[in-house]
Structure formats: structure tokens, C-alpha cells
Design a protein around this ligand. Sequence first.
Ligand SMILES: *[C@@H]1O[C@H](CO)[C@@H](O)[C@H](O)[C@H]1NC(C)=O
Ligand SMILES: *[C@@H]1O[C@H](CO)[C@@H](O)[C@H](O)[C@H]1NC(C)=O
Ligand SMILES: *[C@@H]1O[C@H](CO)[C@@H](O)[C@H](O)[C@H]1NC(C)=O
Length: 233
Amino acid sequence: MPILSSILLLGSAVVGSYAAPADDSALAKNSVVERSVPPGGGYNGGYYYTYWTAGQGTIDYENYDVGGYSINWSGVADFTAGKGWMPGSDRTINYSGTFTPTAGNALLSVYGWTINPLIEYYITDSYATDPSTDASAGFTYKGSVDSDGGTYKIYTAPRENAGSIIGTANFTQYWSIRTTPRVGGTITTSNHFNSWASLGMNLGTFDASSYCYQILSTEGLWQSSGSSALTVW
Ligand SMILES: *[C@@H]1O[C@H](CO)[C@@H](O)[C@H](O)[C@H]1NC(C)=O
Ligand SMILES: *[C@@H]1O[C@H](CO)[C@@H](O)[C@H](O)[C@H]1NC(C)=O
Ligand SMILES: *[C@@H]1O[C@H](CO)[C@@H](O)[C@H](O)[C@H]1NC(C)=O
């Protein structure tokens, strides 16, 4: 299993500049319940939130009402956190907010898992550096899909002895990476899932008992720093 280290919990109520959809008017801070059991997370505002970190650096994560959250992070080798649903499905996801990487790399994605087969999937709308350019990560280009006003390049990547929802495992990542990064809009997951399937990239089961969550994820990697304030619905 990945190392689930503590997230710094905030004591003071701060809202700051925060973009929210019209139906998400109450932006009071909610308390964050720290959980030390896999996969780390819980329910807030009717949405599932979860986090994972490789343990380095600082990560301040705070839930806002309904589907909102804010993260400030600094000097992080790798973390992912965010809010969405558990289990995942082929839902149409809308989101808005801000995403500001300042060092290293960071990704803004619909991110989740299936089992049988165990798949870690990303539909990545924004990034500091396109993660497929990391030669050591072993991305294989499969094709592309046009969806929600953009073009996404589709890749697979192997993960060996890596942390997963079922513990350390070997598995495949599926990726859709938007060629023109954006922050905010609609992600029609079925367009990606169908394109992946047509390329032989079949997802497994969205299994709740295995924590097959599906979140709007902020991920920081490569000694990452930055901030995000996002709402998903
Ligand atoms: C992140 O920083 C912004 C700006 O200082 C602040 O408004 C927000 O509450 C912070 N969020 C967290 C989770 O620390
Ligand atoms: C999501 O966004 C799309 C495109 O703007 C819109 O048609 C749809 O009604 C939105 N769905 C929800 C639940 O807000
Ligand atoms: C992953 O694959 C490698 C190479 O085949 C193997 O040595 C290792 O035991 C596998 N790891 C797991 C967790 O199954």
C-alpha cells in the first residue's frame, strides 16, 4: 500500500478567492476528518474525498461545502487528492475553479480505479508538463479522442510494484491527456471509456468494496508546489 501520511489540518476558516458554480452558494469550511486507513478519505458534502501521499513535503487539504476543496502544497514528491464519487461510473463530470502549479509538475484530472483488471485511469485536463513526456514512465501512445471541445491523446503506462487500492501491485494506467490544457468545464467520461475500449483498453469493475473511487484530482509530482481550489459536480 502507499504510505498514508498525515495531511496538515487547518484550524482557521479561510475562503479566499474561490470560483464556484451557481448552485454551490454555501462555501463555509467543513472540518476535515483525517483517516489513517487506506485509501484515506471519507465523505464530505455528499461527495467522496480521498488523498494519498508518498510522504514528503507539506500538503494542506481542506474540504469546502458540497463538491469543493482547496489544496496548497509544497516540496512534494508525489501526492494525489480530491473529491468526487465512490464508486466511479461513466458519469458526466463538471468542474470549475483554479489550479496553479508553481514548481515541479502537477496534474488536474478525473482520476480513478477499477478492479478485475486493476486499472488506474486519468483524464487529464491540465498540467505543468505533459506527463507522457517523462521517458522513464513508459507511456505508449494508442490514439486520440475529441471530447468536450478538445483533443485528448490516449496512452497506457505500466506500473510495477506500485501502490494501489488493493496494496502493492502490478497494473496498467490508462491516460487521456488534453493537448491544450484548460481548467474548468465538462468531462464526459463515457467518451474516454468508449475510446479506450475501442483501442483494447478495457476497464474493470467500479467496485465500491475495493474503493474504486473517481475524483477530480489534484496531483503533484517531481518536487511539486502549487495550489488549487476546485468544485466538482
Ligand atoms: C490555500 O491558500 C489560500 C491563499 O492563501 C487560502 O485562501 C486557502 O484557505 C488555503 N487552503 C488551504 C487548504 O490551506
Ligand atoms: C454540465 O455542463 C454542461 C455543459 O455546460 C451542461 O450542459 C450540463 O447541464 C452541466 N451539468 C450539470 C449537472 O450542471
Ligand atoms: C510485478 O512483476 C514483477 C516482474 O514480473 C514481479 O517480480 C513482481 O513480483 C510483481 N509484483 C507483484 C506485486 O505482483
